[in-house]
Structures are given as structure tokens and as C-alpha cells.
Write a protein that binds this ligand. Sequence first.
Ligand code: SF4
Ligand code: SF4
Length: 153
Amino acid sequence: MAGMMPQPSGEGDCQGVRDIVKIRARLNVQTVPMEHPCLRCGACCACFRVAFHWLEADNFAGGVTPPELTERLDAHRLVMRGTRSCPTRCVALVGTIGEAASCGIYAQRPSPCRELLPAWENGEASAQCDRARAAHGLPPLTPADWPAPSRAA
Ligand code: SF4
Ligand code: SF4
């Protein structure tokens, strides 16, 4: 509603805003939070077999991964359903790869998913991340895909 729009309060305030903009530009301060690159990707969840010890899906042993989303791989290991054969796509992946994708069980994802780090998030390359993205026609992440504090790491 037009009546609720904030009104300019004078030239002094405008100069103050301009100064803040200049300072932010000099310091490379992000005015809009950068979305996490994984939320526009999801490629690794549709590329690799995700295998882990069965204890990770055993509630009585402290496991948190939903067992109904897994299947037996061998005597000691489970796999996330959908990642055992081609075409690979984890059953827990939600969304469209390369556009908007996320893990439907993020807090309960198994150890291989926690261990695969996106390239350059902590200042280091990730061959697995690069390979997964390439398999889906996506360019590798670069340090510029992360906010300034991560780039400096
Ligand atoms: S391939 Fe890399 S960027 Fe894409 S979801 Fe996996 S870790 Fe994130
Ligand atoms: S459990 Fe989540 S993070 Fe792991 S492969 Fe499946 S969708 Fe990806």
C-alpha cells in the first residue's frame, strides 16, 4: 500500500546512504546473502553410490539415516536407494539438478554425504564435486562462488 512506503527524510540522509554504499563497495561487503551453491546443484546426489555402515541407519545404535530409504549392499554396508545402479539419483534428493535441489533428509544424511565437501567452500578443491558437476554439464565451482570470508580461508 502506497501509504505505508517509507518516505525520504532529506538530503543529509541520502548522503549518508551513499557513503555506506561506497564503504560497502570498498570492503566488498555482500548486501544480499549469497545462496549456498549446493542448493542450485545436487549433482553429487545423482552421480555416486552412497554406501555406509548399517549402524548409521540403526536407531538402536544411534543411527539417524531412515532405514526405509536404504537397501542392503553387503554384509556390513547399506546404500541409499537410487544410488546403486544407473541412472543414479538418491531417493532423498528433492528438486531439479542444476536449478534448485536439496537433500530431503539433510540432518539425517549418512557419512559419505557429510564428508563430500563442495569445491572451495573451505578454500580447497574437491575432485568429487567437480566430477559430479561435470557429469551433469555444470561448470566446476570456483572461489568466486563463495562469500568473501570463505574465499579468504
Ligand atoms: S556436486 Fe558439489 S556443488 Fe553440487 S551439490 Fe554436490 S557438493 Fe554441492
Ligand atoms: S542422502 Fe541427501 S545428501 Fe546424501 S545423496 Fe541422498 S540426497 Fe544427497
